[in-house]
Design a protein around this ligand. Structure first.
Ligand SMILES: Cc1cc2nc3c(=O)[nH]c(=O)nc-3n(C[C@H](O)[C@H](O)[C@H](O)COP(=O)(O)O)c2cc1C
Length: 375
């Protein structure tokens, strides 16, 4: 059914209709994309972080996915300002974040993160123990930290499980595992960083999903049924942008089906430009294919409402507000279920409110200078 408005332009009605995702009712389909802001001293999200998320929730964001927050491993993080998802003080900080988002009717999931072998692009800070990853490389030929033992792997899976348990205990509405962008879970997926000969490695992509699957199972067994579990995935790796895990829909099915069997409910398909076709012969994007192949609800992301993509924006490129027509057309034909918005929501805490009310001319451009403050 078309939501086209009388002037032939797609309307935003579907974007702002309530939706049930994995048993969770959301007020609309707008998701705040997870974005590291590095404003947490000693890993503790403070009142400024709570206010930052609340500001988006009270202005019509249907679901907030928090910035990556690290599981309990000594070298899970690569930046001192990143929030922890363990320890009394950090978890108390997160409880305040949940409370302030819920107070305005919002929904929120934490993004559980482990950086693996990827050091931060900026700064010389190092965690107290060496970075750990499947094979001790951050990309082919680039050594970084140590290869994990099986005991390290088991402990890390357990740490993800505890993260899930804490997410539920603190009142979060679900949880996302960061399985994208070349970080730990993705380092297991990618043969460029996973050269293990044990059961966590293997020649096929399906073999290399084992770590992710066990992390998902650990979260599921800690949370029980009915608690939404999402995994964020990407083909691209920040250490090697042209990398692709799946070159055909069949390979993508090999990658996603084990994750579904492990108990994931939602797939968050990270691309830099949502309109790019994933495979030749169809204009479906990654989220479109993931939904088609698995039947699960999916989240699309990548330059929604902006002219330029986010990697170039870190290099200083400014992104101007852009038309939503193509996004709305794809949403209208049910290519994906939810739409994550990143930088546009940093530049405009009221992005969803303004879009809902058709106040497009009032939207601000994004450039990296807005990262200096947590506004
Ligand atoms: C400042 C910044 C921090 C980010 N941090 C994370 C993160 O912690 N976890 C993650 O999965 N993606 C992260 N991303 C990627 C965003 O979630 C999103 O996928 C990307 O910005 C593309 O969406 P956009 O074009 O709407 O900004 C970050 C992006 C930005 C700009």
């Amino acid at each position: 059914m078309s939501n086209g408005s009388s002037n032939g332009k797609p309307s935003t009605a579907r974007l702002f209709e309530p939706v049930d995702i994995a048993g969770l009712r959301l007020a609309n389909r707008v998701v705040m994309a997870p974005m590291t802001r590095s404003f947490c001293r000693d890993g503790v999200p403070g009142p400024d972080v709570a206010a930052y998320y609340r500001r988006r929730a009270e202005q019509d964001v249907g679901l907030i996915i928090t910035e990556g927050t690290v599981v309990e491993r000594p070298s899970a993080g690569n930046d001192p300002g990143v929030p922890w998802f363990h320890g009394e003080a950090a978890l108390a900080g997160w409880a305040r974040v949940v409370e302030s988002v819920h107070a305005v009717g919002g929904r929120i999931w934490p993004q559980l993160w482990h950086v693996g072998a990827l050091r931060s692009g900026s700064g010389s800070w190092r965690p107290p123990q060496p970075f750990e990853s499947p094979s001790g490389v951050s990309r082919p030929g680039k050594e970084s930290g140590v290869a994990m033992t099986e005991a390290d792997i088991e402990a890390t899976i357990a740490a993800f499980g505890r993260g899930g348990a804490d997410a539920k205990r603190l009142g979060f509405d679900g949880v996302e595992l960061h399985g994208a962008h070349g970080y730990l879970i993705d380092q297991f997926f990618w043969d460029g960083t996973n050269q293990r000969a044990d059961r966590f490695g293997g020649a096929t992509l399906a073999d290399r999903t084992r770590f992710a699957c066990e992390a998902i199972r650990a979260v599921r067994s800690a949370t029980g049924p009915g608690f939404p579990i999402c995994i964020r995935l990407s083909q691209w790796k920040q250490q090697h942008f042209p990398a692709r895990l799946a070159n055909t829909p069949q390979e993508m099915a090999q990658w996603l089906e084990p994750l579904v069997d492990a108990g994931v409910d939602v797939l968050h398909c990270s691309t830099r430009r949502f309109w790019e076709p994933e495979f030749e012969g169809s204009d479906l994007n990654f989220a479109g294919w993931a939904k088609k192949l698995t039947g699960l609800p999916t989240i699309t992301v990548g330059s929604v409402g902006l002219t330029g993509e986010f990697v170039a924006s870190f290099g200083g490129e400014k992104s101007e507000p852009a038309s939503l027509d193509e996004l709305l057309r794809r949403l209208d034909r049910e290519e994906f279920d939810l739409v994550a918005v990143g930088r546009a929501l940093i530049a405009n805490p009221d992005w969803a409110r303004k879009v809902r009310e058709g106040r497009f001319a009032e939207l601000d451009a994004y450039d990296r200078s807005v990262l200096a403050e947590l506004a």
